[in-house]
Design a binder for this molecule. Structure first.
Ligand code: F6R
Length: 239
């Protein structure tokens, strides 16, 4: 495991974008696993800049997003598809057919889960997975639980996640109660993982993630078992 310290959130975005850009330059047809949320916004902004400067191109890349809310259409402003379109897909030259995200608005969610896993497998699996960290240790929407799901699945969001994500909605009742998420299997099979963690409020969960016992109650702790994990954070952990 490598830990990279970023002085602030701005730097974190720049370093993350340069890290991803290096991977794209080495492997233009990279399969990227991507997160949404507040933490990666800076990374998407700097990736956009690097693209605009002609340094990187995504024409051969493929991307798979981690998750989507159940019940929201892609044009709902709080859907993760909308977020991706606003922050990344519409800003760079990634062919839209190369950008995949689970659909939360379909009637047969089980079939959608199978479709997503098949699509990831047909692409050869995730090469580089970028992750954010939930305050309760979720990665994607793999929530604390008694077990860990390997495959893409539908998950009931925990009260902590609903509370944390209320900031994006008008009131807590508007936050969807379920999501569809990539499973821990696809995440852990990625060749490389970059975990982005920003803000003092995540100090405790970051410490548990990296140095606590590996437990399904802290899903992110499984990342300790990954062979090529880089953690990029603006939190200085004393250890
Ligand atoms: C979102 C996702 C989540 C977020 C996590 C942190 O696609 O996978 O696991 O990464 O909830 O979100 P922020 O960055 O908003 O604190």
């Amino acid at each position: 495991m490598e830990i990279i310290y970023a002085q602030n959130n701005l730097k974190l975005g720049q370093i993350a974008a340069r890290w991803v850009a290096r991977e794209i330059l080495v492997c233009p047809n990279l399969v990227l696993g991507l997160p949404t949320g507040s933490t990666p916004i800076g990374m998407y902004q700097y990736l956009t800049l690097l693209y605009q400067e002609g340094i990187i191109s995504f024409t051969q890349a493929r991307t798979f997003n981690l998750d989507e809310y159940v019940g929201l259409t892609a044009d709902h402003p709080q859907s993760y598809a909308f977020f991706m379109s606003e922050h990344f897909w519409s800003k760079v030259d990634l062919p839209i057919e190369n950008a995949d995200i689970p659909r939360g608005d379909v009637s047969d969610l089980a079939a959608e889960c199978r479709r997503y896993d098949d699509a990831i497998q047909n692409a050869g699996g995730i090469g580089v997975q970028i992750l954010g960290l939930g305050s309760n240790g979720h990665i994607g929407f793999n929530e604390p639980s008694h077990n860990m799901e390997i495959h893409t699945h539908v998950v009931d969001l925990t009260p902590a996640t609903i509370r944390a994500n209320t900031r994006f909605f008008s009131f807590s009742g508007a936050v969807p109660r379920q999501a569809i998420t990539m499973g821990v299997g696809s995440i852990m099979r990625a060749r490389k993982i970059l975990l982005l963690v920003s803000g003092e409020s995540k100090r405790d969960i970051l410490s548990k993630t990296l140095y606590g016992p590996v437990s399904t109650e802290v899903p992110s702790s499984i990342l300790q078992l990954h062979a090529d994990l880089t953690v990029l954070t603006n939190i200085k952990l004393l250890r």
